[in-house]
Design a protein around this ligand. Structure first.
Ligand code: ADP
Ligand code: ASP
Ligand code: MG
Length: 456
């Protein structure tokens, strides 16, 4: 058994669904459990409609939803064989009727509560999985729809729920494994449900995580993440083109890259895979012949000391300075309590005797945080910063790498530096406009020559 996860762009149109069907058919003997994301930009469009309903524009929201229905009917309808069209109409009617009710509830509440956020954003995967399952038979693949909410059981932390692992694995064994005898099961990523059946989601980009949970649940031989790039590249293609494909990378390296912005993999994906030691492969659904990136448990030796450069843009640095607190205990605790109270995750931290600098990427409560911190210290907020993270297991024990990294960056002003506690990364903060030249300089410094065993 294997898990094959296809992201939003991989199922965005009839032609894309046909490509997916070709890929799945050619691996039918491996007994795939298919996990799909919402079609194209559906999740964003659902959330935009939810925002409109919450703001009192229910009419606008309902019109947007009609466009979304037409989009699903047109694209999925062109991939679904005629004999399945009556079932497709039922699927559309049922989902859009419930979706309208959800919009009405949001309008009544006057806000998108976390539970309603999960409810509205779940329809993308509910639709895509049911529709792709109806399309597969037309391409010669016997298929069945598996509602993720009956197997992926989570806690009730809406918008970022975590699986209740033992229950979830038991459900996958009991419900999913039997479906895979002679058929492909198609399940939506991203969504789950509490033990009481309330819909939850695993957070944006969470379908990769769903695929890994499913893989661990059915004890798959491999978890495949099919996307719109050839695999993990040596740099973020949205920041710098010309990156090389990383053919093999360790779980530890992949996790660090994902955490620091390599969107190609959701940061939680590797955890269930590590636990059950299941290899993860990233592949391109538009170029299935490319070998992709294989993520494995052990360190991958390479002549290149680093494997890839990740980055996060639009980062805010909060600097907290207090002479009064010099040498006093409890200063750090008081600072972190403030971020905790406003549910704002801190990514990077550096400290000196009297100053603590932290980075955050969620600024919804920045005003309140600044006000509270100002009661105990002097606070400076620096916006439009970027984190760059250089990752490689060899960073642990290669002398002189620091000199090479900062030599490459000799023309760039660096605000914060941190050698990650995991030892396989060095991260630093630069001004937003310096991001591209900094990544370019590092990439030239480390990847002008590549080890053909590891890169392509
Ligand atoms: P999907 O919809 O298939 O889940 P995502 O958009 O979530 O796809 O992730 C794929 C995208 O990740 C790529 O199109 C690319 O822009 C981005 N990305 C960021 N960093 C990297 C990297 N180091 N290697 C490859 N892709 C990356
Ligand atoms: N559809 C969800 C999102 O857009 C989950 C995913 O694509 O992984 O965030
Ligand atoms: Mg993704």
């Amino acid at each position: 058994m294997i898990v094959m996860k296809f992201g939003g762009t991989s199922v965005e149109s009839a032609a894309a669904i046909e490509r997916v069907a070709g890929i799945v058919r050619s691996r039918f003997d491996l007994q795939p459990l298919v996990v799909v994301s919402a079609m194209g930009k559906t999740t964003n469009r659902l959330l935009a409609a939810g925002d409109k309903a919450a703001a009192g524009n229910l009419g606008d929201a309902l019109r947007d939803i009609e466009d979304l229905r037409a989009f699903h009917r047109r694209e999925a309808g062109a991939a679904i064989p005629k004999e399945n069209h009556p079932i497709m109409e039922t699927v559309l009617d049922n989902n859009f009727e419930q979706l309208e009710q959800t919009l009405q509830q949001i309008a009544d509440a006057g806000q998108l509560t976390p539970a309603l956020w999960d409810e509205i954003s779940s329809y993308g995967e509910r639709l895509s999985s049911a529709l792709v399952a109806l399309a597969f038979p037309g391409f010669g693949i016997p298929a069945v729809h598996l509602d993720a909410r009956t197997v992926l059981i989570t806690d009730s932390r809406h918008t970022q729920a975590l699986p209740l692992y033992s229950r979830t694995y038991a459900r996958f064994k009991e419900k999913a494994v039997p479906l895979l005898q002679g058929r492909v099961a198609v399940m939506g990523g991203f969504i789950g449900a509490t033990p009481d059946g309330i819909t939850t989601t695993l957070g944006r980009g969470g379908s990769d995580f769903s695929a890994a949970i499913a893989g661990a649940g059915i004890e798959a031989e491999e978890i495949q993440i099919w996307t719109d790039v050839d695999g993990m590249l040596t740099c973020d293609p949205r920041v710098l083109s010309g990156g090389h494909l990383v053919k093999r990378i360790s779980f530890a390296e992949a996790a660090e890259l994902a955490y620091f912005g390599a969107k190609v993999l959701h940061p939680s994906t590797v955890q269930p895979a590590i636990e059950k030691n299941i290899p993860v492969r990233i592949l391109n659904s538009r170029r299935p012949e490319v070998g992709g990136t294989l993520i494995v448990a052990e360190t991958v030796p390479s002549a290149n000391a680093i494997k890839s450069i990740a980055c996060k843009q639009s980062i805010t640095v909060v600097e907290v300075r207090s002479l009064r607190m010099l040498m006093a205990h409890g200063f750090l605790r008081r600072i972190f309590e403030v971020f905790d109270r406003y549910k704002t995750p801190v990514d990077m931290v550096t400290t000196s005797e009297v100053c603590v600098a932290l980075t955050i990427d969620q600024t919804h409560a920045l005003g309140e945080i600044e006000a509270e911190l100002s009661r105990i210290a002097e606070v400076t907020i620096v916006r439009d910063q970027a984190i760059i993270c250089v990752v490689g297991d060899a960073l642990r024990d290669t002398a002189g790498l620091g000199a090479r990294i900062f030599g490459a960056l000799r023309h760039v002003n660096i605000r914060m530096i941190s050698q990650g506690a995991s030892f396989n990364n060095v991260s630093f903060v630069v001004d937003g406009p310096d991001l591209v030249p900094a990544v370019q300089a590092l990439h030239t410094g480390f990847f002008t020559e590549i080890d053909p065993q590891v890169f392509q």
